[in-house]
Write a protein that binds this ligand. Structure first.
Ligand SMILES: [Zn+2]
Length: 486
């Protein structure tokens, strides 16, 4: 194996410029999106060591490459600290496996993480089969139709589906195992399927004879949510994390929006109703109603946390701060801090991020101002100083260049503080309730890496307790400082 790695390094080091230029400029073998990422990012100045790469949907599935192009692309993106992800598609098994394997071999040869998107393998428990429906008291089948167009059925009628779904994962996992390829990172976006408690799911389940028989006190939403989330966690463990971890025990396995938290969810996803559902518990903050959330992470078997920190259009009007940037910043930092303080230090946090206003209606209110790019980059810094390990950039179309550039600049610059990022402990999770001074830091032994961002007008030093000492943090816009603790 060592000989193979040496060979790969020699080969890649001797790639000559004419090949690179020809491949990149005249006849790119990979997707346009990948080329955009290559164009807008630069090789890292500070080595990322063994810290996680930056992930993006743009560098997923770069196309059917030959070994040489795959090796070159993996190498070039890795110089920029960016990982390639390949999808497993049960609908086209051989084709997707063959595309993914070329990249996986190149990643393994270079000693890099092999990264997988298992989303398609997770669908669908609710495949429209009448056997998955709820049952009313007259014996009639019915579905919950409040979650987009999915025919969401009865959580107690899908046990027979789990073996088929697990096999969709295992087909690919076996192929990697047989070829001696280790999986480093695998993610899925399993959302609108399986047991769920959001939108009209509770109301629908209450009308189902089978649900009523199985969940005592089903009328109590908290009881219902707990049971549904436990079932949801079990399915993720059974079809996904267990078959992966039994073969690749060191793999990072996770799912979109599944992460440890404090019992509240500060955001709503694309498919969720605009506001909280009447009668369900929440806490109020300004105009926002944050729903209670069941801590489903521990029973999934996942080995990393995957929060979602997006500029959801609707959050802008949850707050009335005069500073429009702080409306975004406040909510998004609440989400990131919630994950940061709830996740043990040995569990990586890989966070989905998106800058352009997300899920805006066809005719958006012109008063909803786009989050400023500088404030967004400040947010990314504070996330890193509150436990986020790396970002997963999610974007498309014309937004691509700017989305990637903004995140990559912060990611690249942050690598100079590698020891803090790798071994430091977050010291502050406070999010000021009104625009003011935001401070985040990572302490490592007797030094603390600090960033201060001001949304108010006062530039006076601010005192903060770090460990058992009070230190003064000076106004220092746009930079991190390292303070020696006295
Ligand atoms: Zn039911």
């Amino acid at each position: 194996m060592k000989v193979k790695i040496l060979w790969a390094i020699i080969t890649l080091c001797t790639y000559n410029l004419s090949f690179a230029e020809k491949t990149m400029n005249n006849n790119p073998k990979w997707t346009e999106q990948v080329q955009t990422v290559l164009d807008v990012t630069k090789p890292l100045v500070y080595n990322r060591g063994n810290r996680l790469p930056l992930f993006t949907n743009l560098t997923s599935d770069p196309g059917q490459l030959d070994d040489k192009s795959a090796g070159y692309l993996v190498y070039e993106l890795n110089k920029r600290g960016i990982g390639i992800i390949c999808s497993w598609s049960p609908g086209k098994r051989e084709e997707s496996l063959s595309q993914a394997m070329v990249i996986a071999r190149a990643q393994q040869k270079l000693g890099l993480s092999v990264n997988i998107n298992a989303t398609s393998c997770m669908y669908s428990f609710f495949n429209g089969d009448e056997r998955t429906a709820h049952i009313d008291e007259n014996g009639n089948a019915f579905f919950d139709t409040t979650l987009w167009s999915q025919k969401m059925g009865c959580p107690f009628a899908i046990d027979f589906r789990k073996q088929d779904i697990r096999e969709q994962i295992e087909y690919f996992a076996r192929a990697y195992e047989n070829e001696g390829i280790d999986i480093g990172f695998i993610w899925a976006d399993w959302e609108i399927d399986g047991p769920l408690e959001v939108n009209g799911a509770h109301e629908t389940s209450k009308k189902c004879v089978r649900c009523r028989n199985n969940i005592k006190n089903i009328d109590d939403f908290s009881v219902f949510q707990k049971k549904i989330r436990e079932m949801r966690s079990y399915l993720q463990y059974y079809v996904y994390s267990e078959p992966i971890l039994s073969r690749f025990p060191n793999a990072l396995v996770g799912n979109y929006a599944v992460y440890p938290h404090n019992g509240y969810r500060y955001w709503l996803d694309y498919f969720e109703a605009d506001e909280y559902v009447d009668g369900q518990p929440y806490i109020k903050d300004h105009r926002a109603k944050y729903r209670t959330w069941y801590n489903d992470y521990p029973s999934t078997g996942y080995t990393y946390a995957m929060p979602t920190v997006y500029t959801w259009y609707r959050i802008f009007n949850w707050y009335d701060f005069d500073n429009p940037d702080y409306r975004w910043f406040y909510n998004m930092l609440l989400v990131a801090s919630n994950a940061g303080k709830s996740t043990p230090a040995n569990i990586p946090i890989i966070t989905f991020v998106r800058w352009h206003t997300t899920d805006a209606p066809e005719k958006p209110d012109p008063n909803v101002k786009q989050f400023g790019s500088e404030a967004y980059q400040e947010l990314l810094w504070h996330m890193l100083l509150r436990g986020t390990d790396t970002f997963f950039v999610w974007c498309g179309g014309e937004e691509t260049s700017e989305e990637v550039r903004l995140v990559h600049e912060v990611y690249a610059e942050a690598q100079q503080y590698g020891e803090f990022l790798g071994k430091g402990m977050p010291v502050n999770f406070d999010v000021p309730e009104y625009p003011g001074t935001v401070i985040s830091g990572l302490v490592l032994r007797d030094r603390v890496l600090i960033r201060r961002t001001d949304f108010g007008t006062s530039h006076k030093p601010v005192e903060i307790i770090i460990g058992v000492q009070k230190i003064s943090v000076e106004y220092a816009p746009g930079i991190c400082r390292i303070i020696e603790l006295p």
